[in-house]
Each structure stands twice: as C-alpha cells, then as structure tokens.
Design a protein around this ligand. Sequence first.
Ligand SMILES: *[C@@H]1O[C@H](CO)[C@@H](O)[C@H](O)[C@H]1NC(C)=O
Ligand SMILES: *[C@@H]1O[C@H](CO)[C@@H](O)[C@H](O)[C@H]1NC(C)=O
Length: 461
Amino acid sequence: MSVISVMLAAVQVAIFAACASAAAPPGCDSACQDAYNQGRATDASFWVHPNVTLDPFYATPDNFSDYAVGDLVKWEDIAADAVATNWWVPSGLSLSRFFYVSEDIDESPLPATGYAIIPYQNPLGPDKPFRLAVWAHGTAGFTPQCAPSNNKGLQYNFQAPFALAQQGYVVIAPDYAGQGSTIPQGFMYNAGILHAADVSLAVEAARKNFQSSITHEWVVVGHSEGGLTAWRTAQREADPRKSAGGLIGAVAIAPAMEVMSLVPWVLERANGGPLHEVFLPYMLRSIGRLFPSIDLTKYVTERVLGLVDLSYGGCLNAAVPLLYNLNANDMYLNNANFPSAPEVRDWTAKYHGEGAHALGGPLLVMHGETDFILPHDHIERIFDKQCEAFPDSEAQYLLLPGLDHDGAVQASHSNYFPWIADRFDGKAVNRGCTKTTVTVATDRFATVEQVWTSGGQMLVQ
Ligand SMILES: *[C@@H]1O[C@H](CO)[C@@H](O)[C@H](O)[C@H]1NC(C)=O
Ligand SMILES: *[C@@H]1O[C@H](CO)[C@@H](O)[C@H](O)[C@H]1NC(C)=O
C-alpha cells in the first residue's frame, strides 16, 4: 500500500478522469496507457530484479518434490555491498532471502519465498537468542514480480520491517506463495488461510537456518492483507496439528477481514460515482483461477478484466490508476452481485476465512478511525463476534483516532512495540476482550503515510 498516496497526489487530477472515460472495453486508450506506464515506472523503480523469473533464487528447483512442507530449500545471505545497493537496507541491518515449502489448501507443498533481517546486535546480549518477529505484508501486487523481497525497501521499510529489526528482533517476512515463487494457480490474493500457512511454515523453515540463535517464541505483525494474515495465523496456531509452536502474540493492523461483505458499503459510499476500490477485481481474478466453474464475464465487465490483465505488467502502482476512478457500472454487472456467486462464497469460507475461531495466542487488533478502505465498525463487529463466540479469547481492540488505512501502520508503533515486548517478557494478558480508543497527545499529528526511498549515501549531512 505504501506508495498509493503519492501516486494519487501526482496523477489523480490529470489522468484518472481521462482513464475513467476511456472507451472500447477491454482496451485502454492513450491517457489510460500513460497512467499505466507512469504507475508501472514507479513500481519498477523499487524492483531489485526487473524480472524475478530470470533470477535463479526464485526458481523452483527440479527436486522440489523431494522436500516436505516446512522445509528450507535455499537460504541466501546477501553480501554487505549488495544490501545497500541492490536493496536499500539501512546501516547496521543484514538481509537474507530464503526459499521454503509452504502449503496449499489441500496441504500439498507449494514453493514460497521470504526474507529475513538480522539486527546490528542483540540488545539482550550476544549469547542470548534473538527474539523473533514475523512481518506479514499488505497488498504488494498480484504477480511473482511484486514480492516484497524483490522490493528495494522491502515494501514497508521503516513502517515495519526495519523498525522491528531496530527494536532488536530478527524479522522473518514471507512473500506469500505466488509472489516471488511461481505457482500454477497464480498468487492467491487475500487468501488469509494460506497466507497464515506461509507465516507458520516460514517460521519452521527459518528455524532450520537460525537454530538456537532465535527464540522458539515468536510474534506476528501484519497490515491490511497482512493484518488478515496475522489474525488467521493466531487461528491456525490454535490447531495442534498445524501449529509451528511458540506463538505468543498476533498484531493485526487494519486487517482486511471478510471483505466480500463490504461490497454494499463500497457501492453506497460511491453513490454512483467512482468506487475508489481496486482490490476486489484481483480477488475475483484469483477466484476465477481457483474455481473454474465461475464465469467472471457474468459478474465483471470485460473492460475491467482487460485492465486487470494489463496491470499484471506492474504491481499496485500500475493497478491503481487503471481502476481507481471507475464507477460500479464501469466495473461490475448486475449491481455487483458477485458476492452471492457460489464460488465467491466458497472462496470466502475456504481461502479467505470467515467467522470466529479459537485463537492460539493473544491478539491485538488496531484500526484507524478514518480508514477509507475498511471501515472500523466492520472490523469492530468481527472482533465482537470473536469475543461472543470465544469469551476467553485474549483479545484487545484499539481504535486509532484520526488515522486512515495506511497512516495506522507507523502511528501504531508506540502501541504495539511495548505490547510485543510484554509478550516476550512473559507478562500475562487478561482473559476476555477489551476495546479501547487511543488517547492521542495532540490533535496536530500528521496523518500522511510518508514514502521512504533511498538513493544511496549522503556525503554531507
Ligand atoms: C520475464 O522473463 C520471462 C522468461 O524469459 C519472459 O517470459 C517474461 O515475458 C519476462 N517478463 C517481463 C515482464 O519482461
Ligand atoms: C536437491 O538438489 C540439490 C542440488 O543438487 C541438493 O543440494 C539437495 O540436497 C536436494 N534436495 C533434496 C531434498 O534432495
């Protein structure tokens, strides 16, 4: 999500209007092409490798079938000169990439990749294991190319992975199977159940490299698609058959939960105008690949299907200008009735996840009061249902005043850094659910999520 706001500011007025009026579905007229090219150039400026399918690290080895779910297949420590040039890793931090075996919905092996960051030193002492934090990323894109490990700033940079490492955690971050790795069914966008498997199995695989130099205990923190992932990871870890063991806390920031039920809200908010929503078409495209019985042309306009396919040449910044300003009739058929399609319902139950489930560790949910993508009362309702069904859940909900979907990521450091430190320090969490609104220090705080980039070292500062 991190670069959306900049894109919007830069190109909204000039280009979205032109793109929205583009004719000839499923094509894209020259203004629409310009918007796409500009967005793709932004995406490409962050890529470590311009084509991950040509980077041998991301290639699935011929003997992949000899590995078992949770196995580590490749571990690559990045050399000091490359971490600050091929990537924009700040001073003191070390980067590794790893290739491991995640699992599909039927528990068959799936190739997956991720990265690891090691802090400069261990604040607990050189002979102690590093505490382990897993970072679960939000929407990065929809193809292998858009893997956060292939992003110079690891997509969320100081918003999360660098910031967690600076607190002294070893950070493990799955790309999610189908980003980085190539899988036959394509990246299964917002499949929370599977992203949770990517998290737990990344922990199992990373333990094979780090062994006793990391704690058995771990926390997972995620935003948006990754907030969904963190919540589903807490659920997965309650299952003794699947659990990696050691989960002591899950932090779900602006989690993208039960998104199909938000379609009526999206339509109502738009009131006939632009939907300002680009995520649903990618879930539908993935559903179309997972459930071939669905005929997407009965639900989605040919124009949108064409624009989605075009946008696969880039990542999220290429997708946003193509779709952001389209209205409901531009995008969907039959008053956007796709949530009632049997395949969409099946996907929600099986892949995305819905309903309340037991938790395998304490859960902290944080949501911005002005979240434009996922309204806070929607998330609060899901939290309430969790607490009704499982009154013993160790769960906290924090409402973050004045913050939008992306602004919540960095602003919430002061809430969740102490929370995860408390889990590692062994402080008990009270059974039962609590809901609190954060008391802000001033009403003058910035609400904009700043985009961090690096062009190399400063010679004078
Ligand atoms: C990446 O490389 C593959 C293999 O050569 C090729 O098929 C594909 O078109 C390339 N993708 C891009 C975006 O250049
Ligand atoms: C797969 O092949 C590589 C390279 O030959 C080898 O090092 C590795 O041990 C093999 N893995 C398995 C599980 O057999």
